[in-house]
Structure formats: structure tokens, C-alpha cells
Design a protein around this ligand. Sequence first.
Ligand code: FES
Ligand code: FES
Length: 170
Amino acid sequence: MATTSSSSPLHLRVNGRDCTTPATPDTALLHVLRNDLELNGPKYGCGLGECGACTVLIDGVAARSCVIPVRAALGREVTTLEGLGTCARPGPTQQAFIDCQAAQCGYCLNGMIMTVEALLRRNPDPTQAQLRNELHHNLCRCGTHVEILQAALRAARLRLSQPTNPEDAQ
Ligand code: FES
Ligand code: FES
């Protein structure tokens, strides 16, 4: 879906970089990220703010980019899955999901990883119940919940063993 052109470009900060988009201010942030900035980590699932597939961080807080207009992200730091690490150097939360092979189709994983990342940034040592509660509103149609919860617990352990995470410094 192409974004509609605005009269003047909007300036965004995404994954530590200054970006521009021709989108109108009311365009969903998800569409700007995927269509204009070619950041395809966040996924389009329900488009209604209910499944979590489109989750990004805005100023470090998990947010559902399918229902957030891009104007709400102006002047703030947006972090997508791509901002947590690379294939060669995944961040600890990404690494934990790889280690636990916590995926079947993988469509929900962006939301799971970004939601866990947001929680661990504000609470580095959560209980299993806190992790479960945080992920409660992220849907996985494949029923991979057990592995995803294991990955979330491993992510906390990995982050605690690597106290200086580059993405936290953004
Ligand atoms: S696509 Fe955004 S919550 Fe489902
Ligand atoms: S692994 Fe398929 S939706 Fe979660």
C-alpha cells in the first residue's frame, strides 16, 4: 500500500538515523516504515491494534504502529526490529529467540521480540508471570507460546549477562 504524498516531507528519527517520508501526517506509522523506509521487520497483521505483529518501540515503549499516525512519532525515537541488531550481530533478545528456535511461520515474531525488548528495558529481571502478562495481547496463530516464553526468559538472562547493550544507548 503506497503512502499518500504530503506537501512537505516529514522528518523522523528511526533506528538512530534521520529519515524523511512524503507521507501525510495521518498515515499509519507502519506503512511509512515498510513502504517508505523499507523496514519490513514490523508486520501487518490485523491493522486494528489487536495482534501485535506491527509492534515498534517509540521512545523505548512498545507501540502498535498500525494504529499510530506518523505525526505521533515526530520528534521521538522509533526503533524497529532492524534497530536491535543485524543477522551477523543479533541483539540479545533476537539471539534468545534464535537459540530457542521460537518460531513456526514467524509472522508474530516481530511483535514478540519487540514486546519482550520493551519490557526488559524497563524491568531487566522480570518473573515468568510478568513476561507472560506482557505477551498476553500478542497473538500467535501457530501456538508457539511455550517456546516464545522460553525465549523471553532466555533474553532476560542474556541481557543480564551483557549489561551494556548498544541499542539501549540510542
Ligand atoms: S497489525 Fe498492528 S496490532 Fe495487528
Ligand atoms: S509463529 Fe506463526 S504466528 Fe507465531
